[in-house]
Ligand binder design. Structure first.
Ligand code: NAP
Length: 491
């Protein structure tokens, strides 16, 4: 047992940051800015970037506008498109980390396997057995990073190449080959759109059709970029305008199922299907039987063209098993393939896990969460003092800029840190009562969101209800501005 440090708050507390993705970098930059210089960032991989390091599939892009999907303090006049491709986003994070002097502070190839609150401090153990200690932990481990691998019988017998969309094997040739894609989420839609013209045959295995919102993705012209460089305020104004339109037209009304705006999104998706898919049989196969935006809204202006390419085939029969030469569907047909891509999503109940996180009195994260992760304001968990999550469970997810969310959350966390320090305490922890009330209200509100309007999606938690922030985005912003300190205990 580590001796409990003296009771006075440390003049210069030490922070441990888990992960060097978008949120971890943000935490490091903001800590520096706030004058804290004692922190360490641990990253299990050998490169920063999180989602954008791991997802390198053909066609990867961010369907949140680039001007919104960038740090507010590091606007980027160089984005090539309204919705920029993944490698550009990865390069952006690497540039920002370099510019702010963060890159050398990251401990790469160091996986935290245990994080325990002992004697009033957090002690982490790394996979090489070494340890570190800190006063505060910022868990910036991401949401969508544990691939969901379906249990298809015979998958190991497949003689072609098979991999998950987030584990793309770039050594496998694609041109002129027969490629199967399982899934119709945002990843699959981008992959199919990118591959349909390249491969000899593209077979899309669809379990559930998706509504597809058409989006044009024009490049920024050289003149526009020059103007952004010359006049950052103009770029900021566009960011504000795009952000406001998105909040008012989508993220503030997710519980207003019959609002004209959500109806309008649905109608736009229906029109896209009607206008884009000629063959009535194919059109009906692609038509969902639930409301648009019930699942995460897929944005694409090329998907319907891709599935109508001469070499594309949509398969709606359920997959029965995988055989050495391809996929056998329930109608008995064998779909012979060279490559099988599993764009089957992620295990979304993991967060920091499989890391063993042990809070006060030996309470583990598994004890606290089981299959239903929850966090007060998507940040704090009772029993886990001085540990804060960025983009934790119950936060705004989906078609949002998670950068915006993380920035707001970090501002909130800094207020908690200030509070504990200014009050002469050492620990700050959300109360069980506040967590229970938050969760009760959240679950009640979740029932009337569009996500609960009758579809299966990764938004739905093990308890059957949408896990995401169910209120308006403006409410989230307001909550983040000033914590309800009465919901926290400082000791
Ligand atoms: P996803 O949305 O969870 O989609 C997984 C797909 O795999 C679904 O179509 C699902 O079918 C299918 N599937 C899963 N298990 C299956 C099985 N056993 N048999 C047949 N089909 C199966 O995953 P994703 O496409 O990777 O996207 C996850 C999230 O990542 C997105 O919602 C988004 O938040 C983020 N993302 C963002 C972008 C972006 O541009 N910003 C791009 C890609 C991903 P069902 O629908 O029937 O369950």
């Amino acid at each position: 047992m580590i001796a409990r440090p003296e009771d006075a708050p440390r003049a210069n507390p030490r922070f441990l940051i888990m992960g060097a993705g978008m949120s971890g970098l943000l935490a490091a930059i903001k800590l520096q800015e706030a004058g804290f210089d004692d922190f360490a960032i641990y990253e299990k991989a050998d490169r920063l970037g999180g989602t954008w390091r791991e997802n390198t599939y053909p066609g990867i892009a961010c369907d949140v506008p680039s001007l919104m999907y960038s740090y507010s303090f590091a606007p980027n006049p160089e984005w090539s498109h309204r919705f920029s491709p993944g490698p550009e986003i990865q390069a952006y994070f690497e540039d920002v980390a370099r510019e702010y002097g963060i890159a050398p502070l990251i401990h790469f190839g160091k996986e935290i396997v245990r994080c325990a609150f002992e004697g009033g401090r957090w002690r982490i153990t790394l996979d090489d057995g070494s340890t570190d200690e800190g006063d505060f932990v910022i868990a910036a481990t991401g949401v969508l990073h544990h691939p969901n691998l379906p249990h298809f019988e015979g998958l190991e017998d497949f003689e072609g190449a098979a991999f998950h969309s987030a584990r793309w094997d770039h050594d496998v040739p694609l041109d002129g080959r027969r490629v199967g894609v399982v899934g119709t989420g945002s990843s699959a839609i981008q992959i199919v759109t990118a591959l349909a013209e390249r491969v000899e045959e593209l077979v899309l295995f669809q379990r559930t059709p998706q509504w597809v919102m058409p989006i044009a993705n024009p490049a920024f012209s050289e003149e526009e970029k020059a103007e952004f460089r010359r006049n950052p305020k103009a770029m900021e104004a566009v960011r504000e305008q795009v952000g406001r339109a998105f909040v008012d037209g989508f993220s503030n009304i997710l519980d207003e199922i019959d609002s004209p705006a959500l109806r309008g999104i649905h109608d736009a998706c229906v029109a896209n299907l009607e206008n884009s898919v000629k063959d009535p049989v194919l059109r009906e196969k692609l038509r969902p039987n639930y409301r648009a935006a019930c699942k995460r809204l897929v944005m694409s202006d090329g998907f319907y063209t891709a599935v109508q390419q001469p070499g594309s085939r949509l398969v709606t029969e359920p997959i029965e098993r995988i055989e050495k030469s391809g996929v056998r569907t329930a109608d008995g047909r064998l779909h012979e393939l060279d490559v099988l891509v599993l764009a089957t999503g992620f295990r979304v109940d993991r967060f920091m896990r499989p890391m063993e996180v042990v809070g006060r009195d030996g309470k583990t994260l598994d004890d606290a969460w089981g299959d239903n992760p929850t966090a007060y304001m998507a940040i704090s968990i009772p029993g886990f003092p001085n540990l804060f999550m960025l983009n934790g469970p119950n936060g705004p997810v989906g078609n949002f800029s998670l950068i915006d969310v993380a920035e707001m959350q970090f501002g909130y966390i800094m207020q908690l840190v200030d509070r504990v320090r200014s009050s002469g305490g050492r620990e700050i922890e959300v109360s069980e009562e506040a967590m229970a009330l938050f969760d009760e209200e959240r679950r009640e509100a979740a029932k009337s969101t569009i996500w609960n309007s009758g579809c299966r999606s990764w938004y739905i938690a093990a308890d059957g209800l949408p896990m995401a922030w169910p209120w308006t985005f403006d409410r989230f912003r307001a909550e983040m501005k000033s914590p309800r300190f009465d919901d926290y205990r400082v000791v």
